[in-house]
Ligand binder design. Structure first.
Ligand SMILES: Cc1ncc(COP(=O)(O)O)c(C=O)c1O
Length: 521
């Protein structure tokens, strides 16, 4: 297995981390080297395209675990039918799952299986989701206590707040989700100067000096000619893709792309073809096919071919094989749309995202998209690229023309956090946060592997899926972690394949070593 060379001056440490002589970081531990690793399955150093090792692991579900998982779903399904039978004959006391008398003549609103799955499987563990939090989503978070007296059909708040739960679920990668400090102070000042809402679109009365300042800053941050900011990350994808491609165009989309990309692709009217997740053979085959055969029936060449990928995939923890994607897009003269929602701020030596992580040129990505809801602790999305592209989108994108512009304090939160990452606040705090996140990521992933868990994704990805597999473990894991004051997101079918239920940890620069160790114990 290939590994980066050891840093000069690295010292072995008692906790298993090795430390560089001057590598001490904010959170109480020392920059470490990856430990020997036995589970990495895919190591790519493809044809010199990669300047550093690309280590990603997706261990196949062990046969016994797969069988037990299917048996688990089988048992739950059998019990579901049994309980449906008991409900029908009014033997079961809780009748929430039966149709109400006044609804009996209606055509069912949902498909039969969805209905069955919801009432008999999902309801059993519904308490694992939608829990209201009542504090800033920082390293620790406060949660409102809930109870259910009808098997999770309804919940009641007890009025008690569960304090200081370790937050392993928010996308607060750099720790900028705070209610104190420079960002909060700057946002509060702007709030008192401009108010909270703009009450108009950018093209009418909603174009503030703050918006212009933000867009110039984004362009500088990304290293592109121009940028535009939008009020919502989801709408940035779903409303801009239809402005870029349409009928007669072809979209090649990764099978695990986010719903906003999928919606944008569908709304565009372009033909959509799906390639296997991060699989370059699959992408190249589609590209070749598109060039050789052109459009169906007419055989005319496609007007445009647009490849849609994400920087970090938030369910898999994988990082896009960007050097290979760029090589393919150049070879087949297509365009590339890169969604950096999870990678901007979180990857690259200075937090510039996946392009910087691989040491690539931002000009090689035609459409650089990202959101402010993760690393910047704010709201909204952006698109960066060539000036002609951004000028075009300002006129033709629905979210630019028909949506009210970003709220001024939110804009200020983004400006202040971005300047901090860039070191333009005169401190090294932002840079330290980026380094701390990378350190936390390597440490947490290594410790989980040492403990024998199967985890997915790239060793540099702060999204860490820990495989649970069995349906009963989804609820049990979430509840047991919460009992220990650790909040974690659990995910199962249909959000994952049926035998790949998982818990998903999102690491943050705000996590201290003590917090990470508590979560691991
Ligand atoms: C890859 C990706 N793109 C877009 C979005 C939508 O962004 P937002 O939540 O900021 O609207 C998300 C949200 O999580 C995402 O993961």
């Amino acid at each position: 297995m290939e590994r980066p060379a050891a840093e000069p001056g690295a010292q072995p440490r008692a906790n298993g981390c090795s430390g560089a002589a001057h590598g001490a970081l904010r959170n109480g531990y020392v920059r470490g080297l990856p430990a020997p690793d036995t589970q990495i399955h895919h190591i790519v150093h493809n044809g010199g395209l990669y300047k550093k090792p690309f280590n990603e692991a997706f261990e196949e579900t062990p046969m016994l675990v797969a069988v037990l998982t299917y048996v688990g779903y089988g048992v739950l399904t059998l019990f579901g039918y049994l309980r449906d039978f008991l409900r029908q004959w009014k033997i079961e006391k809780c009748q929430n799952a039966t149709e109400r008398e006044e609804q009996k003549d209606f055509v069912p609103l949902y498909q039969d299986f969805e209905n069955f799955y919801t009432r008999n499987l999902y309801m059993r563990i519904r308490d694992s989701w939608n829990r209201p939090i009542c504090s800033v989503p920082g390293a620790k978070v406060d949660m409102m206590e809930r109870v259910s007296h009808d098997y999770n059909w309804t919940f009641m708040y007890t009025g008690r707040v569960i304090k200081d739960i370790i937050n392993m679920g928010s996308y607060n990668y750099l720790g900028f989700a705070q209610n104190t400090g420079a960002c909060q102070e700057a946002a509060a000042k702007v709030l008192s100067q401009y108010g909270a809402g703009v009450c108009s679109t950018r093209q009418e009365m909603g174009n503030l000096d703050k918006h212009e300042e933000l867009e110039k800053l984004i362009a500088r941050f990304l290293g592109v000619e121009s940028a535009m900011a939008y009020g919502m990350g989801f709408a940035t994808n779903s409303m801009n893709i239809p402005a870029l491609v349409g009928k007669g165009c072809l979209i090649l989309s990764d099978e695990l792309n986010h719903a906003s990309l999928v919606l944008g692709a569908r709304l565009s009217g372009a033909t959509i073809r799906i390639f296997k997740h991060n699989n370059m053979q699959s992408l190249e085959k589609l590209l070749k096919d598109a060039i050789v055969h052109g459009q169906p029936r007419t055989r005319r060449p496609w007007k445009k071919i647009l490849i849609l990928v994400e920087g970090i995939y938030s369910m898999e923890g994988s990082i896009v094989r960007l050097p290979e994607v760029i090589a393919l897009k150049k070879k087949y003269k297509s365009y590339l749309y890169l969604d950096e929602a999870h990678s901007i701020g979180a990857l690259g030596p200075s937090g510039r995202g996946v392009v910087e992580y691989f040491g690539l040129n931002p000009e090689d990505v035609d459409v650089m998209m990202g959101t402010f809801t993760k690393s910047f602790g704010a709201a909204g999305g952006y698109i960066g690229g060539k000036k002609e592209l951004i000028d075009y989108l300002r006129t033709y994108s629905h979210s630019a023309v028909y949506a009210a512009s970003l709220s001024p304090p939110v804009v200020e939160q983004i400006i202040t956090s971005m300047k901090c990452i860039m070191g333009e606040d005169g401190s090294t705090f932002g840079k330290e946060c980026v380094q701390q996140l990378a350190e936390n990521t390597r440490y947490f992933r290594r410790r989980l592997k040492e403990m024998g868990f199967i985890i997915y994704g790239n060793e540099d990805s702060p999204v860490v899926p820990l495989m649970l597999y069995m349906p009963a473990k989804i609820g049990a894991f979430g509840r047991e972690m919460l009992k220990r004051n650790i909040g974690v997101v659990v995910v199962g079918f249909p959000a994952t394949p049926i035998i790949e239920s998982r818990a998903r940890f999102c690491l943050s620069a705000a996590h201290t070593k003590e917090i990470l160790d508590t979560s691991l114990c």
